[in-house]
Design a protein around this ligand. Structure first.
Ligand SMILES: Cc1cc2nc3c(=O)[nH]c(=O)nc-3n(C[C@H](O)[C@H](O)[C@H](O)COP(=O)(O)O)c2cc1C
Length: 412
């Protein structure tokens, strides 16, 4: 099945020529529930399973997926920052495309979608990032955004011979790092940058990014130190929802982050990772989830991941982490969207109501399930008022019956 099924060819049906497709326009405004696809720069994506249909990393399919996301009007593609796998029979995430070079190539091959790169702050110098990001922002005509992570996977740091700082010091360093990066993006003249960790003289970085004052910045982290950092210095927080069964708990988590950002005089937008199993019936979806998680899950690789994650992070306490083990196998700790297209859209509506601004999706079988998403779920989201049609004024062709006559919100 082609991943483009049901989506107009953009060359035949171009979006409005004057529409603003910069990352800032699309991630800070636009649709009520934004969407992206994540982790397909890594073997197995976000699914720790041994089923044969799991994502096998290769470039031709990567391009096909990115271009289908682009044409469907979703807002983002996000590569994970990963340098090695977790062992086990699947050796989950053992093969990965590097994030910035991936983003640059994807940027050249797409037209509308925001392309992110995930950067390990301690492993890349901020001046290098300033240049790479500015380059991708030019390649994409302003469609670049940066996801900064402080790192937790010690085995990766060991490969670089890099020091992993004590937990809260990571965010202290990240604050200096980001300060340097923003200065390199924004200062027109040469500058010196001195801080506890940097001593740089006569810094010069041109060209500046296309987006002013700079491309959007996301941070993935959940500890109090991460929350302080992200709400002071970043534009978006990519979070794990701690509470899966009672959305009230998730509502409080999100309200807290948004309130914290406001107390620092800024806005934050909340993105979450969702893993999707969409089938004709709820039973089929649940059966497939059970198959790839319980029957075919790689519990050894998941155990390795959770053991190291538990040791080096403060995102979730060990008891909660253990309780989330199946969610890690199913989709790296993401939030489950499992059921029929209608059930999934209902759940997306609830997530929007508690303040989630965007969902980054992973599937077991990206190509086929993305095609199904584009034909089966996106049109229902338009009908539910969660998204506007794309390209503007041209709804995606629906193969599912109309659900309601609720007017779609205008996106651009
Ligand atoms: C949704 C989400 C996505 C993440 N993506 C990455 C990633 O791509 N690479 C990485 O090394 N860490 C990633 N992390 C880990 C965080 O950056 C961070 O190191 C971890 O959550 C521990 O930080 P904390 O103890 O401050 O919460 C991610 C975390 C979350 C919640």
């Amino acid at each position: 099945m082609s991943v483009d099924a049901g989506i107009e060819n953009p060359l035949m049906n171009p979006a409005l020529p004057n529409a603003d497709y910069t990352a800032r326009a699309r991630l800070f405004g636009g649709n009520r529930m934004k969407l992206g696809v994540m982790a397909f720069n890594c073997s197995h994506g976000s699914t720790i399973t041994t089923v044969p249909e799991a994502w096998r990393l290769n470039w031709p399919d990567t391009v096909e997926i990115a271009q289908a996301v682009d044409r469907a009007g979703m807002e983002a593609v996000l590569p994970v920052g990963r340098w090695r796998g977790y062992g086990g029979p699947s050796n989950f995430n053992a093969v990965t495309f590097e994030s910035f070079t991936w983003a640059s190539a994807i940027a050249a091959l797409t037209r509308y979608v925001t392309v992110l790169a995930t950067c390990h702050v301690p492993l890349v110098h901020p001046l290098m990032v300033a240049k790479m990001a500015a380059t991708i922002d030019h390649v994409s005509n302003g469609r670049f955004a940066l996801n900064v992570v402080c790192g937790w996977f010690k085995n990766e740091f060991d490969m670089f011979g890099a020091h992993m700082r004590p937990h809260d010091d990571r965010y202290k360093f990240a604050t200096e790092w980001l300060d340097f990066l923003k200065k390199a993006w924004m200062a027109e003249e040469e500058f010196d940058f001195k801080s506890e960790s940097f001593d740089a003289l006569s810094v010069w970085s041109q060209p500046k990014p296309i987006q002013k004052p700079h491309p959007p910045i996301m941070n993935a982290g959940g500890s109090p130190a991460a929350q302080d950092f992200t709400t002071r210095y970043c534009d978006m927080n990519f979070v794990i929802l701690k509470d899966r069964t009672f959305l009230q708990g998730a509502r409080a988590q999100i309200a807290h982050l948004k309130q914290l950002a406001r107390s620092h005089g800024r806005e934050t937008r909340i993105w979450i990772h969702v893993y999707v199993v969409c089938r004709e019936t709820e039973k089929e979806a649940k059966d497939y989830l059970n198959y790839y998680v319980v029957e075919k899950g790689d519990w050894e690789a998941a155990g390795n991941l959770l053991r190291i994650f538990g040791m080096h992070t403060e995102t979730l306490d060990n008891k909660t982490l253990d309780g989330h083990k199946a969610h890690f196998i199913a989709g790296h700790g993401g939030y489950p969207l499992v059921g029929t297209a209608e059930q999934i859209v209902d759940e997306l509506g609830k997530l929007a109501n508690i303040g989630v601004d965007g969902c980054l999706i992973s599937w077991v079988d990206y190509k086929n399930e993305l095609a199904q998403w584009n034909t089966g779920v996106l049109p229902l989201m338009v009908q539910a008022g969660l998204r506007a049609p794309f390209p503007p004024g041209e709804p995606a062709k629906s193969k599912v019956p109309a659900r309601s006559n609720a007017p779609a919100r205008a996106a651009f």
